[in-house]
Design a protein around this ligand. Structure first.
Ligand code: MRU
Length: 344
């Protein structure tokens, strides 16, 4: 399954707002449609947004050629793609990766975007293997014999194929461990307010035949505190130079609970999620989403009339709570002073 692809001059995505009830692939053939899909989270997840950014520039370059856009119009349309969502650095990274090909023509930009897509697919597999190696070593001692040493994992939001292209990051680590026969069960936070865990991660784990249970977000830290999981593995939307990690809101509480319980808190992400231009988490813009996502569910009010909501889509976990950052190239241990920018 590929979450995002390029076919006959347009982008194809899985329309994620319809899952788990319907698996539908939709065509994106305008910049308006792409920006709308990104804003609505029809395509979402940091690595998938990186690919969407790169393919979006290819799409814009083709439309510019077809419709005779001025250079200024093309540049403005590309900026609209770049700014569709602020927190995942992958989106602007994807745009920037292919921009140097723009003067060479639409064909060259498309080639560059497809090459980027191929590299991201390879990165996902490498992250899965490295993360699985790490968790096999970090956990597994003193586990109940009846479980044959298999791991009980906890994850948040959706970091599987749907958030990437084909395999996943944190859920890719779970998949790699599962392929080794090492997964007993997975606890999945439902991930309010848009339910990426309940709708998307549970759907992916079901397709893969991996045993799982969905819990309310509020239950997550207590599940960890009661010793019901062996490790937490999450993705990231932006990792600052010092190792602070922005990810779906609710991640910070899991990191605190994991630290208190003394179990590994592992962040799995491609190098494209690392932002050396942002020194620490303080500099990361957290997307504030509309209130209605919290105060209603599919049009039905959930709160009394006049009640307002604050809806930050992400939080920032300080590096000192992160046991390991796993990318396709390296394993960093922020608690031991290993940061993306080097040793401190
Ligand atoms: O708002 P979303 O659904 O795009 O948020 C996604 C996440 O927070 C993921 O954990 C993150 O992008 C990593 S995806 C491999």
């Amino acid at each position: 399954m590929r979450t995002i692809a390029w076919r006959d001059g347009h982008i194809e995505i899985i329309e994620q707002t319809l899952l788990p009830h319907e698996l539908r692939v939709v065509e994106i053939d305008t910049v308006d449609a792409l920006v709308d899909a990104i804003v609505r989270l029809a395509v979402r997840g940091a690595p998938a947004l990186g690919v969407a950014g790169a393919l979006g520039v290819a799409l814009a370059a083709r439309l510019a050629l077809r419709d005779g856009w001025s250079e200024r119009t093309l540049a403005a349309e590309i900026e609209r793609i770049r700014n569709a969502r602020p927190t995942a650095v992958n989106l602007s990274w994807g745009v920037d990766q292919v921009l140097p090909s723009l003067p060479l023509g639409a064909e060259a930009v498309t080639d560059a975007a497809l090459a980027l897509l191929g590299r991201e697919v390879a990165a996902e597999r490498a992250i899965g293997e490295r993360g699985a190696d790490f968790l096999e070593k970090a956990v597994g001692h003193g586990r109940d014999e009846a479980d044959e040493g298999r791991l009980r994992l906890h994850t948040h939001c959706n970091t599987g194929a749907l958030a990437c292209v084909e395999w996943g990051t944190a859920l890719g680590v779970v998949r790699s461990l599962h392929a080794r026969g090492q997964v007993l069960s997975v606890v999945v936070d439902e991930t309010r307010p848009l339910l990426q865990g309940a709708r998307l991660t549970a759907w992916e784990l079901g397709q893969l035949g991996i045993d799982h249970q969905v819990v309310c977000d509020g239950a997550g830290p207590a599940v960890i505190g009661r010793g019901l999981v062996d490790a937490v593995v999450v993705g990231a939307d932006r990792i600052a130079a010092n190792g602070d990690v922005a990810n779906k809101v609710g991640t910070y509480g899991l990191a605190l609970a994991a630290g208190r319980a003394g179990i590994p808190f592992v962040v799995a992400a491609p190098e494209s999620t690392i932002d050396l231009g942002t020194p620490s988490g303080e500099g990361i813009e957290v997307e504030l989403r509309p209130q209605h996502e919290v105060t209603t569910w599919r049009g039905t009010p959930l709160v009394p009339d006049g009640t307002s909501a604050l809806n930050p889509a992400f939080d920032v976990t300080p590096a000192d709570l992160v046991t390991a950052i796993v990318t396709e190239r390296r394993l960093l241990r922020p608690q031991r002073g290993e940061t993306p920018a080097g040793r401190i």
